[in-house]
Design a protein. Sequence first.
Length: 611
Amino acid sequence: MIIVCLDFETFFSKDYTLSKMTTEAYVRDPQFEPHGVAIRASDGTTGWIPPLSLKTFFDRVDWSKIAILCHHTQFDGFILSHYYRVRPAVWLDTLSMARLVLGNHLSNSLASLADQFGLPAKNIPYSAFKGKHWDELPGVVQSQIVEGGKHDCQLTWELFTRLAPYVPDEELRLIDLTIRMFTEPVLRGDVGEFKCIELAEIGRKHRLMEELKVSKEELQSPERFAQLLRAEGVEPEKKITPAGEAYCFAKTDKYMKEFILEHQYDRVRTLGEARLGIRSSIDQTRAARLADMAGRGPLPVYLSYCGAHTTRWSGGDRLNWQNFRRGGAIRSAIKAPPGYQIIKCDKSQIECRYLNFLAGQESVIERFREGKDPYISIASKAYGHPVYKAKENDPRYGEMLQKRGTGKQLELSCGYGAGTATIQATAARGTYGPPVKITTETAQAWRDLYRREHPAVVAWWAEADEILWALANKKNREWSIFRVHQGKIYLPNDTYLHYPELQRVSDPADERGLQAWAYKSRFGMRRIWGGFLVENLIQAVSRVDIGQCMLRLADQGYRIALMEHDAVAVVVREERAKSDLENILAEMRQPPDWCEGIPLDAEATMGESYS
């Protein structure tokens, strides 16, 4: 296929700039103005299309037979789609490819990648044309922009040739699918509903801030803030820093961003917002941003391919589509186009199934094969009497719901080596059902129960500890469906996980003075152990599975509008929705060829909105 490399240069100013705006808002803004586009043709020649010739040029090319390559293709691709109706055969993106090949612990900007590969540096004089339109620029600056754009196209092409051998074809297709969610949006937003959510959030936060009744000193002291969280049943997470162990309370900490600020309990979220001095809650900001977006057109879904260490997608463009609260009003305000339905299909207990199957825990896998409730057995043993899945009219419904939730917690959250404190805090949060207040002794008993009932899983954690040693010492070996080679763990589709600078470090949490492993992440050195490595790998193979499902659905002509972790949202015609739902469910339940025999399942909802 012919590959054409493109790089737009556009007008920007002090306030109208991507550093202060989302990609969608910047491109759709009335101030948007292209200075032109640099192009590298398939024969290696480079050229420049000036602003007045852009429409004519894009109109006369049959893009359906061409692959378009850019660095950060969501930006250039959205310009092409929104203004010039360009729909290429394939979208290619060196930014996405670099995250997969090099890892996301490094900067993957074009300038940084050029430096890493020893290529000539970027040379576009951005400061020379800040706040100036094309016809206001002197000829020498215009020439610098033209030559700089052509140089960036050549850089992008060089990066593509160096990265492509390490990116499987199916991953290139997933990059294309990811970009199309943004450049060719289909979802609609209800502006009125979003505005109501924003106003409700303002009132909620104001009310709760008054009810918190905590001092500034309590919020600012890490230890006292940790006590506030523990009072809400939340056990604070810690990290290793050059100065020693510290709580993960910084604005950039994943724990703070994705757990505290996204917590299901209003009070916990508000405590986090108060500590960080956040004036607007996440839901308030999201609703406002989505309302503005919906007022400009269909909702482009921005996901960062390989944004997470496990190669899963993450949010991007200042909006994380994967973290909208389940059952929340924001999901209800996201709609299918008229005449269409949204089918959301979610793989059931996918991590639990892969964990127990790969570890060889047959007792759990057999329950999945037989279609039995996977949580009843361990819940009954935890409480010492039979637990069952009760119906709402059952007089013991509340009790059974809570106790089955305990079984769900133990089966789903203890597979990665959760300790007593985590089990106690998770039960109090009510993550898997109604909250349960338990003593430390009960939490320890439940921990021991899980480990007795899952000896193969416990043994797998120990094997994972040995794999960490092999990674650190660059030893090659086969392990289950994985391959350890030269400090990387290869997944079944030949992608891999990075553990750069893996080394032994002192573990302040261990009173015996034992050492732990730590590796370099984008947030600094991160501690890792056997159970945590298992968690990484299970999430990674689950991601490979869902990615391959997405490709099979796309091959059948389905339009994937959004994906979140282990679920996909597909937009289908109303008249075919029921049959499409059954077909999508069948695809999501299909075991991959690299893990034959695993009993997978899925569930789906269908409606005019995403809720």
